[in-house]
Design a binder for this molecule. Sequence first.
Ligand code: ATP
Ligand code: MG
Length: 436
Amino acid sequence: MKPVIICVDDENLILDSIKMVLKENFGDGYSIETAESGDDALELIEELIRDGIEIPILISDYVMPGIKGDEFLILAHSMIPETLKIMLTGQADLRGVENVINHATLYRFLSKPWTTEDFVLTIGEALKSFGQARQIRIQNRELEISENKYKELVENSFDIIFYLDREERIRTINQSINRILRYKPKSLIGKKFSELIYITDWMNEKIVQEKMLELIHNKEPVSFNCDMVTAAGEPKEMLIRLQYLPASEGLIIVGTASSIEDDLLIRLCEKETQVYKIENYMTQIDMVCKRISNAITKYGSPEDVFLIKLCIMELLVNAMEHGNLDISFDEKSEALDNNDYYKLLFKRQQNPNYKNKRITVEFSLDSEKVEIRISDEGKGFDHKKQMSKVDKEGVDLKLAHGRGIQMAKSFFHTFEYNDMGNSVYLIRNFNVELSG
Ligand SMILES: Nc1ncnc2c1ncn2[C@@H]1O[C@H](COP(=O)(O)OP(=O)(O)OP(=O)(O)O)[C@@H](O)[C@H]1O
Ligand SMILES: [Mg+2]
């Protein structure tokens, strides 16, 4: 049903002529309805409202028997506030006009006699501005709906949802942070995101740094597993997703953190052999370490689990940084000194010469032992020299690194490099004391 333009006038002649002009000019898109009095018109309006028909324009004469034009328009306004009202005045009765302007937001008044041209122009403009106003109303309503929906989504989400500014400070964070990590959301506003990370485990810090850099550089969403810290200071493993926002009001990152459920099936597994091929990222190394150490909880003591995780982490990081990414001992020392180790890592990770190199992890577990082989696609190193150097001279305590191999070697029952030095084979027997 077309929208309706209503004309109200007690003089039939005028009503007919208006109707004709309107039909001729706007008949394609609108129906024209007429009424001879305000009362009739109010009834008509009621009907149209009931049928859900839109009324963009209401034209009314001023002088009419029964209710006058101004009174009528004010009454009509309370029923159809969005309709544009036009009043026709024979004599210049400004009081009536004023009355409607004050109470019914009169769109225009036309004083008789008017030219057809003027009339058509006025109605044309009115229809246009009604259309624009309606468009804005629709947009506002949609916006409101989506804002409410969004607010509800955010507040009722199972995930922690937060916004960070340029300095990685928390600007907003939802209630889930209270449920999952036990902080009051308000208490975190203005804090650095890194304060929510469990940094006692150096790996977490590395992962977050690596991912933040990747995000800021590539502007592509990143996601990773990492321990966050509860209000009580305990680690809680979470899946974190960060997404870059084109800077709106200083917010640049929106993130979510979701709880990770324990893999229950892993406890039922008696024996397993697995092969992982991973890219040169801390996050992937961390995932594999976690997966392997979770599996080991079935047979190993808590100490075994902890040390195996730590040692394979060291060796996987070696495979990544020294093997696939070809970062030498000296380059690492220098970068650590200058505090830009993560930048160096990041550059190498993006470099096409290293980017496609993978780390292969072969892992096999039964009740007796765990066997692990870690191989990279780098050029290897003189492991005999490196190991005898450490055996003879001990670890250089002035350097912040150089102890990964030393630690791993002392913990595994078998610790062997291939000739080239880009693959290391490890066995840890359970329930067996290490000799020596
Ligand atoms: N997979 C590998 N490929 C090439 N070189 C390696 C590899 N693994 C170890 N290296 C060499 O052996 C050195 C000693 O490794 P180690 O893990 O003991 O110390 P680091 O990696 O230098 O420091 P950190 O104590 O932080 O691990 C490395 O600096 C590197 O030169
Ligand atoms: Mg190392």
